[in-house]
Design a protein around this ligand. Structure first.
Ligand SMILES: Nc1ncnc2c1ncn2[C@@H]1O[C@H](COP(=O)(O)OP(=O)(O)OP(=O)(O)O)[C@@H](O)[C@H]1O
Length: 241
């Protein structure tokens, strides 16, 4: 598969503080990558830097052959980055349907297709954003990114704070999107047991640098690496909410 994303020598952070310490990363078209690491290791900062929302100190980012390194965040969205930040960013005073139609762009992912992927949203299409549960808001945030028809989907801890039954439902939908529909994606997640079974490749960060990179199914069986870098959350159930 052709290369979709090429990140080279990326250093970024907040003000003068450098958090991401020289990352090289590439993703082929149709590939999905789990971005793992303990709290505060720089996962969100790396994702936000690809989306154009942090201060870049050095390095380059190329998407589908286009150098997006210095583009503003909205121009990266137009270039094909579909970013779902931790805060979810849905329109709370618009209905589910309006949230989707406000951003939809022509392409393979239609609003009907998004409802097919998230049947719970179809049932809530006339509800306002602020009437949705946390899980439904997360589903809407992902659906909104899909109907933008991005080249690359960036999901930041989509399962955070959700009840176990909703985590399962959302994981099934995300698995469909990345595995069956072949959407290229980088997904930040704390729990390797949730995300490794549905992604192809995995990268583990520590102190803003890559300490492990490989196939997701190999990492899932590699107890030593999981214990070394992810022991805090490896396999522990997340809190419901
Ligand atoms: N807006 C900010 N301003 C200054 N420093 C920040 C900001 N956001 C994050 N940091 C710092 O950057 C470092 C990496 O944080 P980041 O959120 O990228 O880690 P993370 O791996 O995503 O962690 P978590 O899983 O807890 O979200 C931390 O030391 C954090 O305190």
């Amino acid at each position: 598969m052709p290369e979709l994303l090429a990140v080279r020598g990326l250093r970024s952070g907040y003000g003068e503080a450098v958090v991401v310490q020289g990352i090289d990363l590439s993703l082929a078209q149709g590939e999905s990558l789990a971005l793992l690491g303990r709290n505060g290791t720089g996962k969100t900062t790396l994702l936000n830097t690809i989306a154009g929302a942090t201060r870049r100190h050095a390095g380059s980012i190329v998407l589908g052959g286009l150098d997006i390194t210095t583009l503003a965040s909205h121009k990266r969205a137009a270039a094909g980055i579909g970013w779902v930040p931790q805060e979810r960013n849905i329109f709370k005073s618009l209905t589910v349907d309006e949230n989707l139609s406000a951003v939809a762009r022509p392409g393979a992912w239609t609003i009907a297709g998004a409802y097919g992927m998230f049947p719970r949203l179809a049932e809530r299409k006339a509800n306002m954003g602020n009437e949705l549960s946390g899980g439904e808001q997360q589903m809407l945030a992902v659906a909104r990114a899909l109907v933008l028809n991005p080249k690359l989907l960036l999901l930041d801890e989509p399962l955070e704070g959700l009840a176990p039954i909703i985590v399962e439902e959302l994981l099934r939908s995300i698995a469909c999107v990345v595995r069956d529909e072949g959407m290229s994606a980088i997904i930040v997640e704390q729990n390797p047991r949730h995300i490794l079974p549905i992604t192809q490749r995995a990268v583990v960060l520590d102190r803003g640098a890559i300490v492990h990179a490989g196939d997701s199914d190999e990492l899932l069986r590699d107890k030593a690496t999981l214990d070394a870098w992810l022991s805090v959350n490896a396999g522990t159930p997340r809190a419901s909410g």
